[in-house]
Design a protein around this ligand. Structure first.
Ligand SMILES: CC(C)(COP(=O)(O)OP(=O)(O)OC[C@H]1O[C@@H](n2cnc3c(N)ncnc32)[C@H](O)[C@@H]1OP(=O)(O)O)[C@@H](O)C(=O)NCCC(=O)NCCS
Length: 176
């Protein structure tokens, strides 16, 4: 073999979908790529402990290579009732396109249905055609849109403003 001839190794990866633990919090920042979301991750984790949110991770070798967050909105706080909001779906770039995102959404739906929610909703940035295509393939339908304006405090204490117009999609869950 010379340096110009590639040599390959075929590996099988085991990916486990599980609830995030406290030790996942720094790892969710993906080595700094998402450090600016530190407070958002911490708050979601606190709310997971009180049952109002869930951070579902796709774990490989004890590292969260993908995740989806679920907000369980109290029925009395909703206009339409019975909706769980899926958000922050992300899979590390090198693992995209292998079905991990699809599995994360499916598991989040199962958990929401088991808690008695009739619908799941999810937002896709209007510029993110791939995400919208994925959600529609999984049975989601657009029911509205949103200007997507919100703010958050980053890890350095600075307020960051986001403006990302998005489609709102929903799916009716099978509660059997
Ligand atoms: C969207 C995302 C979570 C999908 O995860 P995944 O494991 O790649 O998804 P799957 O393999 O189950 O499904 C593949 C589908 O995801 C979508 N997709 C793939 N790469 C994508 C990307 N970079 N951005 C958005 N959507 C993408 C496409 O619809 C693709 O289907 P296609 O091959 O027919 O085009 C992942 O691509 C990602 O993290 N993207 C960047 C963050 C993002 O856009 N999140 C969604 C916020 S609304």
């Amino acid at each position: 073999m010379t340096a110009l001839e590639p040599s390959s190794l075929a590996l099988t990866m085991l990916i486990t979908l599980r609830t995030a633990t406290r030790s996942d919090l720094p790892k969710l920042e993906w080595y700094g790529q998402y450090a600016h979301y530190r407070h958002i991750f911490q708050r979601a984790y606190r709310e997971q402990q009180s049952g109002r949110r869930l951070i579902l991770v796709a774990d490989s070798n004890d590292f969260p290579i993908g995740h989806i967050f679920v907000q369980f909105i109290r029925p009395e706080a909703q206009e339409l009732g019975g909706r769980a909001y899926l958000y922050s779906l992300r899979v590390m770039e090198m693992f995209q396109g292998h079905g991990i995102g699809t599995h994360l959404i499916g598991e989040a739906e199962k958990i929401s249905a088991a808690r008695g929610y009739e619908f799941t909703t999810i937002a896709a940035a209007k510029s993110n055609h791939g995400a919208r295509r994925l959600y529609e393939r999984l049975g989601y339908r657009v029911f509205g849109d949103d200007p997507g304006q919100w703010s958050f405090l980053d890890h350095e204490g600075k307020t960051r403003h986001v403006q990302e117009p998005c489609w709102l999609l929903q799916k009716e869950l099978n509660l059997r």
